[in-house]
Design a binder for this molecule. Sequence first.
Ligand code: NDP
Ligand SMILES: O=C1OC[C@@H](O)[C@H](O)[C@H]1O
Length: 390
Amino acid sequence: MSAGQFELRWGFMGHGAIAWCMAKDLQLDPATRGVTDVKHKIVAVASHLGIAPAEEFIHRIKAPEAKAYGSYEDLASDPNVDVVYVSSPHSHHYPHVLLALRSGKHVLCEKPFTVNAAQAAHLQRVAKQHNLFLMEAVWTRFFPVSIKMRELIANGEIGELRRVFAELSQDFDPYNIDPQHRIVNPDLAGGALLDLGAYPLKWIFQTVYHTLPPSSRQTPTVLGSSMQKLGHGVDVDEHVSMMLSFPRDTGNVIAVANASIGMHACTAGPAFKLQGTKGEITVPWPPFRPTEFTVHKLGEEPKKYEFEIPSGGGLVQDLEKKTFDAPNGGMGLFWEADEVARCIRDGDLQSETIPWSETVEVLKVMDEVRRQGGLRYPDAVEFVEEEGRE
Ligand SMILES: NC(=O)C1=CN([C@@H]2O[C@H](COP(=O)(O)OP(=O)(O)OC[C@H]3O[C@@H](n4cnc5c(N)ncnc54)[C@H](OP(=O)(O)O)[C@@H]3O)[C@@H](O)[C@H]2O)C=CC1
Ligand SMILES: O=C1OC[C@@H](O)[C@H](O)[C@H]1O
C-alpha cells in the first residue's frame, strides 16, 4: 500500500449477480488502473436468508477475512464497515439504504436508486442529517468513454445539441422466466423501465443535462410515453418508449428512449446516438459497459475514441441466468468504487459526477412515465416514511 493510500472497508447487502462483479472489481489491485490514492477491502457480507448464503459468497470471492452475517441489521451494526453496497432488488433499496444510513454507514446503492422520486429525496435528506455519503451506482458514468464524451460535448465538438436516441433491450424471456425473478416480479419492482430504462435515461441525462453547469440544468418534460405490460396478468412493463424535451439556452433537445425485457437489441446499429448542429456521436452496444464512441461530422472521416478497461476481462453473457460477467478480469465497476472512496475520504456527502439532484430528476421522469402507463407497484414497494423521525 502506498503511503497515504486511503482504504475503504465495504459491507455487502445483497450477494447476487452484480455483487459478484463488484466484489471481483474491489479485489483488483488499484495500481492496475493507475490508482494509488485509494484502495478497497470487503469486510462483511450479509444475506437476509441466514448466514449460509453469505458464507458461500465469501468463499466464492475468496475473501476469508470478511465476516458473514445472517441479517442486514447485523451487518449494519458492524463497526468495521465504512460503506454499505446495496444490491438488493429495486423494491428493497429504500428500506436497506435507510437501515444503513440510520446505522451510521455511508452508502452506494445500485440503480435504479429507489422506486420513486419521493423515496430518493427522503434518503438524501437522511444522509444529509447524518452527515453521510450517499450515491446511486451509475457505474457507466465513471468510464473514460463517458468522461471524454462529456468533455467534448461541453466544448462544442458537435455544436448545439438537437436530438438524442438511447436504448437498452435484453431478452429475459419474460413469459417463461420464473415469475419470482426480480426482472418480472412487481413485488420486487421489476419491469423494463426501472431495470433497463435506467441506462438510456442516464445516457441522455449525462450528455444533454449534465454537460451544462449545475445552475443551467433544467427539469425535462415527458412529452409522451408508451408502456406495454406483460400480457399474462403480471403488471410490469415489458417494453417502454419515452419522448422527453430538455430545455437548453440553445433550444430544446428532444430525447427518445426505449427499453425492453422481451427482445434483444444488441448489435444492429448504435445503442446511443446524439445529434448536434455540427455532427453526431454514437456508442455501440453494450451501453452499460462502453469501451468506445465515434464522432461523425459531415465531410470528415469518422473519429473513433477507444478506451480499454484496465484488467478488464471480455464481457460474457450467462444465457441461463441472463446476467453478464467479465470472468477473466474486471467489469469496470472499480471506477465508481474509487469515486466513493475519494468522496468519503474527503468528507463529501455526494459526488459531482452523479449528484443527488440528478438521481431525483431521473426518477421524476420514471414516475411520470409510470403514471402515463398506469404502472403502480404495490403500496409496500412505493412506501415513503413520513417526515420527522430523524
Ligand atoms: N450496475 C449493473 O450493471 C447492474 C446492476 N444491477 C442492479 O443490482 C441490483 C441487484 O441485481 P442482481 O444482482 O442482478 O440481483 P440478484 O437477484 O442476482 O441478487 C439480489 C440480491 O438481493 C438480496 N435480497 C435481499 N432482499 C431480497 C428479497 N426480498 N428478495 C430477493 N432478493 C433479496 C439477495 O440476497 P439474500 O436474499 O441472500 O439477502 C440477492 O443476493 C438491482 O438493483 C439491479 O438493477 C443488476 C445487474 C447489473
Ligand atoms: O444494470 C443492468 O445492466 C446490465 C443488464 O444486463 C442488467 O439486467 C441490468 O440490471
